[in-house]
Design a protein around this ligand. Structure first.
Ligand SMILES: NC(=O)c1ccc[n+]([C@@H]2O[C@H](COP(=O)([O-])OP(=O)(O)OC[C@H]3O[C@@H](n4cnc5c(N)ncnc54)[C@H](O)[C@@H]3O)[C@@H](O)[C@H]2O)c1
Length: 253
């Protein structure tokens, strides 16, 4: 039996996909690439203006705060439809600057873990229940899970938890035909990062230079991450589960 053609392996036609935080930045690029590969995509986002970017790529839109259990459950239902879900990208996340340890409040840590870990955990639980034919889940971690970094400890802790959660869910859901992987992007040029770096730019930081400060010397773009998601979500990666795919231009090499 010859191996399937490459084009068949990457074809996501007839698959149903949910992308959280798909309204802008990395999530919007992921939703666009999944659509290009043929998937029926639902973009879930807190921000109602994300409806516009979903419309542009022919995706459905669900306004959803992933930390709200009812909204999350409704959104997963809508995305699954009668046929069930095949692909879930747990991309929504927050990355406010943590700051020096002494100034980090419990409330801040609680919020960071609630969005980046607890809600992502709940989304996987809800989605796995609606994946009758198996599927692929891709969680958004970060290189902060590997390298830590001063002043970002709460964020780093949340993303390290995503990596551990990915491996545990890969073990648990594998027997049901569900692969679970994570991506660790390096710094990627998104609206969220631009907002974060704006105060430093006002102090003289060259944002473009900072974003391209990696061995390959090119700026991290949302599409770099989206291509990794297409790989992990497709049959190209049918024997890949519990993996952390680092997409950072070599910055952690
Ligand atoms: N940009 C980077 O350099 C970088 C690096 C590593 C990891 N990441 C991770 O990638 C993901 C996307 O980052 P980005 O830079 O594109 O962010 P961004 O801030 O540009 O976009 C995030 C999107 O998620 C949505 N969102 C936030 N909280 C939500 C919630 N509770 N429910 C539903 N939607 C919500 C926002 O409305 C927004 O549309 C995050 O998990 C982030 O931690 C980003």
């Amino acid at each position: 039996m010859p191996p399937p053609a490459l084009t068949d392996l990457i074809d996501l036609g007839a698959k149903r996909a949910l992308v959280t935080g798909g309204g802008r930045g990395i999530g919007a690029a992921i939703a666009a690439r999944l659509r290009e590969a043929g998937a029926q995509v639902t973009v879930a986002d807190l921000d109602p203006s994300a409806q516009g970017s979903a419309d542009e790529i022919g995706a459905a839109f669900a306004r959803c705060d992933i930390t709200d259990p009812d909204e999350l459950s409704r959104t997963v239902d809508v995305a699954a439809g009668d046929a069930g879900l095949d692909i879930v990208v747990n991309n929504a996340g927050i990355f406010p600057t943590t700051g020096p340890l002494a100034q980090v409040t419990d409330e801040f840590v609680h919020r960071m873990l609630d969005v980046n870990v607890r809600a992502q955990f709940s989304a996987t639980r809800e989605a796995a229940d609606r994946m009758p034919n198996g599927g692929a889940i891709v969680n958004m971690a970060s290189v902060a899970a590997i390298g830590g970094g001063a002043g970002i400890s709460a964020y780093a802790a949340s993303k390290a938890a995503v990596v551990a959660m990915t491996r545990a869910h890969a073990n648990e859901l594998g027997p049901r035909g569900i692969r679970v992987n994570a991506i660790a992007p390096g710094i990627i040029d998104t609206p969220g990062v631009q907002e974060q770096l704006a105060p430093l730019a006002a102090g003289g930081l060259d944002i473009g230079k900072r974003i391209a400060a990696n061995p390959v010397g090119i700026a991290g773009h949302p599409d770099h991450v989206a291509c990794g998601v297409v790989f992990l979500a497709s049959d190209l990666a049918s024997f890949v589960s519990g993996h952390l795919l680092v997409i950072d231009g070599g910055s952690t090499a």
